[in-house]
Design a protein around this ligand. Sequence first.
Ligand code: FE2
Length: 434
Amino acid sequence: MRSHLQELRDGATVSGWPQRFGQVRLATEAIAAPLSPEDCQIQSMPDASPIKWHLAHTSWFFETFILAPNVPDYRPFRPEFKVLYNSYYNAVGDKHPRPERGLISRPSLSEIYAYRQYIDAAMGETVLSHPASMTPKIHALIELGINHEQQHQELMLTDIKHLFSCNPLAPVYQPRWPLVAVAKVAPRFIELAGGLVEIGHSDTQRFAFDNEMPRHKVYLEPFALANLPVTHGDFEAFIDDGGYERPELWLSLGWDEVVRSGWDSPMYWRRVDGGWHTFTLHGLVPIDRDTPICHISYFEADAYARWAGARLPTESEWEHAAGIVGRHVDDNHLESGLLHPVAPREGTTPARHDLHKMMDDVWEWTSSSYAPYPGFRPAPGAIGEYNGKFMCNQNVLRGGSCVTPESHVRSTYRNFFPPSARWQFSGVRLARDC
Ligand SMILES: [Fe+2]
């Protein structure tokens, strides 16, 4: 059976940003379509948000940053939403506490869908129907709003997964298992020369977040990068060797987290009849040892690398390597409908350097702290809060995941999460010094 996400991908022709706006708004609602109103209400942990909140907040973004400041006599859908669906923009004003988003039972889900239609209509009738009114600044904000909504599409799926994992009935978001037949690729390290290289976004014709700029020079010592991400089977070997019981493998903060949280395996792993299973958006399934590991923290990625006699790549090493490899036409992103990492498939050997799965399946932790690039300047005003103010106590992840929209992926993209976070599709690729 074809998934609703596949139908969306195949049915839409993307040509220009008005069409992209419509397609992205539609894709968000397609993700919520299999869910009940009760599913959309619950907040399963402070880091996650209710689906209803995501549906509203992504509309709030267009209302707050494009419609309200630029459309004469704009009437907000409901003035209270300015506070209710403000995520973290202090310059906009008050905001509802993040851990209490699940308590907002009113407005109802149907009213939130009405809010979305109101925003779509306002965008269509005012901004989108009058191209002459499109200043470069408004155009840039719409692009930002589209990319912001794509970020929330991924968060919706990771938050649904966490919510369903808390239910003893182990609900299935999408019944589809097994995913695809796989072909084994032998793991090995690929040596790269390094030297003086450039990283960061420089293409003024394509969208990028401000944290990807400016492009700048970095010197890299020669290094080697694994041709594959670490797999579920690799991580099982780490567990079997006492990986979660040996403090010498862990950073101090990481070991504290192991003890405090009782970690003995990656998130969503469960022992069933003596074997490891993992909870997926397709339900509880036996782990597939050939597929990239997902839902590990930076601490677990780092401990695994130490156990394996390797290290994490820096984000500069990762981006330099990814720039050499390029994209693959069948990368596993949201549009594949697989919603889980898969092993390299037959006939997908990369043309250059044999580095597999760089841009898809799982985000890859790097050893790099999330910090500003040389010359970074956040945008003035509230929109400058989008990225810059989070550049402390987080680590950079690179690539993209099986729930990242395909058009959202690029080699310069800098994702970031605290080192203990593991509810995203986060994995690891090893590096070594040469
Ligand atoms: Fe947001």
